[in-house]
Ligand binder design. Sequence first.
Ligand SMILES: Cc1cc2nc3c(=O)[nH]c(=O)nc-3n(C[C@H](O)[C@H](O)[C@H](O)COP(=O)(O)OP(=O)(O)OC[C@H]3O[C@@H](n4cnc5c(N)ncnc54)[C@H](O)[C@@H]3O)c2cc1C
Length: 418
Amino acid sequence: MPEKTDVLIIGAGPVGMLTALTLAQSGASVRVLEREGHIIDSPRAAVYFPSTLLVLEELGILDELNAIGFQNSSFGTHVPEFGYSSVVTTEPVEGIDYDYQLHVGQHEVARVAMEHAQKLGVEVLFGHEVHGFEEYDDRILAMASGPDGEQTFEAKWLVGCDGARSTVRKLAGIEFEGHTWPERFIATNVKFPFKELGYSQANFVCDPVNMAVIAQLDTDGLWRCTYMEDSALPIESYEERVHQRYEWFMQGRKDYEIVSANPYTLHQRAAETLRKGRVLLAGDAAHATNPCGGLGLTSGLWTGIVLADVLGAVIKGEEDETILDRFSDERRRIFWDVVSPAATENKRMLQEQDMDQRKKDLEHLRALETNPESGALLMLFAYKVIGDVLREGSRWADADPTDRVTSINIKDRKGQIH
Ligand SMILES: Cc1cc2nc3c(=O)[nH]c(=O)nc-3n(C[C@H](O)[C@H](O)[C@H](O)COP(=O)(O)OP(=O)(O)OC[C@H]3O[C@@H](n4cnc5c(N)ncnc54)[C@H](O)[C@@H]3O)c2cc1C
């Protein structure tokens, strides 16, 4: 590994590792620094739509992930107060390569991407926490504390993939514009036979008090049950409250085994710019959304993929650096015009407080149930996170199929459900 690399990525989460792999495949030298001693495996993203599957396939890791996870093509919506439950299923659509969603933990995606990146010479250093950088005309120096004390790493470009609380973003003095929601999410992994209670492999439970997103995680009985609680409640005691909430979702049954539970702060925020000099941002460091509908990693990953493509071209001298500013503008547009409104609408419907609106939502859900295109529209909405890939010669130039698909209109779709 050379002392100086083309790119230094901070954060070995799924976006950091997929960005590293994409850059390495374009011939760039890449080093990744990760604060933790291993890839974080707390319960987070688990569902991957076709717009992500095409990335995983193009990068050569889809088969491996398909073997670890499982394929789902049904989505349940439940409104217990009205005794309503429906299931929409995804059918194959001409022009679309995938008719399923992949369920697999994001730590597995990061691990598999890392292993492939390492084979291409990417160096991943765990236990290295970045706490400062110095920028010059032609290079950038990042300071990190690690197992051997203080170290300095030199690169041409620094990419912050270090999550919503990004140190890189803060050190660069970049604002994280938007708002933080008053509620917190509790994401739990639990062993429980949800199917016996009528749940599908992925579900929205709409309720003004007890909303939830419930999804199957593996074929050995592990499920994700994520719900909201008021962030005014003391965070120290969230684990005690899990049992009360399970009472409702498991309909009084006690034969569950909690595997893990984690509280999360929810944001609708994007960095005011994704490029400042030699510093770039991707993933949650660039933009963070509430996870209702699974658009967080879906969009963050595409930000990393487009960045890797344009930055790889800049490194090879094929593109002018100004393309990095256009990357910033386009990814911010995708977040504020596509991702954030859709995720916000999902969250609203899941926890709607107004009875009249809940009745309207129910009518809408009933109409979806009888529309044969509903499953496909729900799944294919995520193609909208691809946006403009900015280069004619881009590896991703043909990734968005929406112009080619005539049988179904994805373009006018405003959200996954609405
Ligand atoms: C409950 C929940 C459920 C979700 N479900 C979904 C879903 O189904 N689908 C979906 O698309 N999205 C989902 N998301 C969102 C998804 O988890 C995030 O978008 C995703 O984790 C972002 O990945 P990332 O690589 O950008 O950042 P992260 O996964 O946060 O990784 C950042 C990495 O940077 C490291 N790091 C931080 N600071 C430093 C430093 N100073 N030096 C070195 N390393 C550092 C961290 O240790 C970490 O490993 C969910 C989120 C939550 C909260």
